[in-house]
Ligand binder design. Structure first.
Ligand code: DGJ
Length: 729
């Protein structure tokens, strides 16, 4: 069992190289003791702080040591209003309007395996893979029974957490804040690393020293967002890719989230992560339960690289689901940047035909095939094939593409409605809105009220009609605007602040219904590129369109940042035309292919317009995708040179097969200079093995490549990339 409890009620959770310890203290308060590298002692109560604080911190009303205060101790799950003035994970407002909360341990349960979270995505595990601890704690005043769930993944250095609140009283209460995890760290010299961005430039890696006070990384957009990602890491100040303590936190949630980190005056760092609380409230009636989403916590004592590899493996094996989770994805060609809205069945067929001849396996028909949509001004919601555009209908086109031995995929943006649409004429009340207020438009569209069952039923049937009418094997599920003017016609006023979370639950329900009805369907998530790149989406869709910016140089940054916690198999990456449509940058066809190779590979250009040389390169790239697939997607990823540290104006990463007999190295020069060295110290190889560089025939030993490095001794131009394939000889 990876979970132990001692006689004096200390709980110890162990993965093979991590320990997490907390205890029931005086007054049945839950006190955090330790989180970090594995320790063999079961009880670290010497670590509990009875810190002098001059008596200005309130003391709980039970006989206790002189200096005990919840404000200076490390608490296991912080609550608001009863003496702990730091950021709190839980705040319950009683039926009379008071918002003080105080939870005390009342019992626990330990069992093998992992429970599901009703209605929400989460990691999953067999009884062999994981054990779970449930801690019950009650707020006696309101009757809120709080259950803290901890699941220990024995082989992954990962612990997941979520929280349930049950109303055991005969009066309702409001949950005003409920975070899924809280961890108090003692006296670490932490920096906060997170991945922020914007449309077309997602997941920039930023790392800053913590100052005293609170720093928040959050989204209030109704989606996890381009701007911030529900991932943060606390890292010791000397941490590198290979060295140092790293604590990674990732929320399995698609809606508003917040990670709050507070460095207090006593040098304790508290991190809480969960649903963003400004726009949240939940009225819980007697007998009802509320579940907060899951946080995945990964500890690495060997730097950022190991943390990322843990996330990658965990997500591929214990989060993604369905037949595609570990399966090789088809090389696709998407017509968006080739045609935008301007296509018909002949144009699509000509793209498919040329693509097939070069080794591409699936055609994806993007936006514009439905209703009267010829630009972004109308028709979202009218999910009926536009037969003026697709003469002969969808089935005829899909059959023709299938006859080429190619799969067919289609684009939807189910959650949206255009004011100019048949759907809006019929159901103006289906839009999220506040009566009497103007509706803000974004990309000329509004958002459907996903909390409504009738809306979800309509959407399911629309998708079903398309699916049942033709052999559709892939859907790109897009989402192109955040939420505003939050209001639902069906919710009473005291529940309007539940809206954001109810939206997400409605969305999950629809996705669950769709994936159950069509278990073999491959879905690619998308939100104007990577605006919803989060683990909750990976539960439903094993791949996500990483960014609308398809420029290879920008993509080096974006894919590098995304790799902090998301696996390569989850990142949609396509070769597009030049000058690039977003940045106007010109890069070689080879560079574009080399960068896209490190994702779910595909094309997004008019392949009928390529030169013969470029077509030959497409063939080579498709062959390479198959050749490199096993190492890149099933191997371990090591980041070698960060594009965010402009010291070298280059970037590099590599993948090593599980038995270390093969490796693929990517190196890209972003801005060349005359005396720039191209020496890359490799990682993850077997020091005792000999490796051949398949392009040059040179033989190196693993220790030489890792200690002295690989020297690509030649001149590089700006934006030039190289892929080095090493095989044990
Ligand atoms: C945004 C997506 O990210 C693009 O790839 C494309 O599908 C457009 N939407 C279509 O409107």
């Amino acid at each position: 069992m990876s979970i132990k409890v001692t006689d004096n009620r200390v709980f110890k959770l162990d993965t093979k190289d991590t320990s997490y310890i907390f205890a029931v203290g005086e007054g049945n308060m839950l006190l955090h003791q330790y989180y970090g590298g594995y320790v063999s002692d079961d009880d670290l109560s010497y670590y509990v702080k009875y810190q002098r604080h001059g008596g200005v911190c309130p003391k709980p009303a039970f006989p206790t040591a002189d200096y005990f205060s919840t404000d200076v101790n490390r608490m296991e799950y912080s609550v608001n209003g009863t003496g702990d003035y730091r950021v709190s994970a839980l705040q319950i407002k009683d039926n009379d309007g008071h918002a003080s909360t105080d939870i005390r341990y009342v019992g626990h349960k330990i069992y093998p395996g992992k429970p599901v979270i009703p209605g929400m995505p989460a990691t999953y595990a067999t009884e062999e893979e994981a054990d779970t601890l449930e801690i019950d704690a009650i707020d006696a005043h309101t009757g809120a029974l709080v259950t803290l769930f901890y699941t220990v993944f024995k082989n992954h250095s990962a612990i997941t957490r979520h929280v349930r609140v049950k109303n055991t009283s005969d009066k309702s209460f409001d949950i005003e804040r409920i975070y899924s995890a809280c961890v108090d760290f003692y006296a670490e010299n932490f920096e906060l690393l997170h991945i922020y961005g914007m449309w077309g430039k997602e997941r920039i890696v930023e790392r800053n020293k913590l100052n005293h006070g609170i720093q928040t990384i959050s989204s209030k957009r109704g989606c996890s967002s381009h701007n911030h990602n529900p991932f943060v890491a606390l890292v010791s100040d000397n941490t590198t890719e290979d060295y140092g303590d790293v604590y990674g936190f990732n929320l399995v949630y698609t809606g508003n989230f917040s990670a709050e980190v507070e460095l207090d005056s006593y040098e304790t760092t508290r991190l809480i992560m969960g649903i963003e609380s400004t726009d949240f409230n939940w009225l819980l009636m007697p007998g009802e339960e509320f579940y907060a989403p899951e946080v995945v916590m990964v500890y690495s004592g060997e730097g950022l690289g190991k943390m990322s590899r843990t996330f990658h493996k965990l997500y591929r094996n214990n989060l993604c689901r369905g037949p595609w989770k570990l399966k090789k994805r088809p090389i696709l060609i998407n017509n968006w940047e080739a045609t935008y809205f301007n296509f018909n069945e002949e144009k699509l067929y000509s793209i498919a035909k040329e693509a097939k001849a070069l080794g591409i396996e699936m055609l994806v028909m993007d936006d514009g095939w439905f209703g009267g949509r010829s630009d972004d001004k109308s028709s979202l919601g009218d999910w009926f094939v536009n037969e003026e555009k697709l003469k002969g209908g969808l089935k005829a086109l899909v059959d023709r593409v299938n006859a080429l031995d190619m799969k067919f995929g289609i684009w939807f943006e189910p959650e949206m409605i255009s004011p100019i649409s048949k759907l809006n004429e019929l159901h103006p009340d289906w839009t999220i809105q506040i009566e009497g207020r103007d509706k803000s438009l974004s990309r000329n569209q509004c958002v459907l009220d996903m909390t409504r069952e009738d809306v979800r039923e309509y959407l399911f049937n629309c998708i079903k009609n398309v699916m049942d009418n033709a052999n559709i094997e892939y859907i790109k599920w897009d989402f192109n605007r955040p939420l505003t003017e939050i209001g639902s016609a069906l919710l009473p006023k005291e529940r309007q602040k539940e809206y954001f979370h109810r939206y997400v639950l409605g969305l999950y329900e629809l996705l669950e219904r769709l994936t159950s009805a069509y278990p073999h369907l491959l879905i690619e998530g998308c939100a104007s590129g990577g605006g919803r790149f989060d683990p909750a989406w990976l539960y439903y869709t094993p791949q996500i369109w990483t960014s609308d910016d398809t420029d290879a140089v920008e993509r080096i940054d974006i894919q590098y940042g995304t790799s902090m916690c998301y696996p390569t198999s989850s990142m949609g990456a396509h070769v597009s035309a030049c000058p690039n449509h977003q940045t106007k940058r010109v890069t070689s066809f080879k560079t574009r292919g080399d960068v896209a190779m490190f994702g779910t590979f595909g094309y997004e250009l008019d392949i009928t317009k390529l030169t013969d040389d470029e077509k030959e390169l497409v063939k080579v790239q498709c062959e390479n995708y198959h050749k490199y697939y096993n190492v890149i997607h099933n191997g371990d990823m090591y980041r070698l040179i960060s594009p965010f540290e402009r010291k070298r104006d280059s970037a590099a990463w590599m993948y090593v097969s599980s038995d270390k007999d093969e490796a693929i190295v990517f190196y890209g020069v972003i801005r060349t200079s005359l005396y720039m060295p191209h020496i890359i110290k490799l990682r993850g190889l077997d020091p005792a093995k000999k490796y051949t560089d398949l392009a040059t025939g040179a033989v190196y030993s693993g220790d030489t490549l890792m200690n002295a490095g690989l020297n690509i001794a030649r001149a590089f131009c700006d934006f030039e990339t190289v892929i080095v394939h090493l095989k044990e000889c």
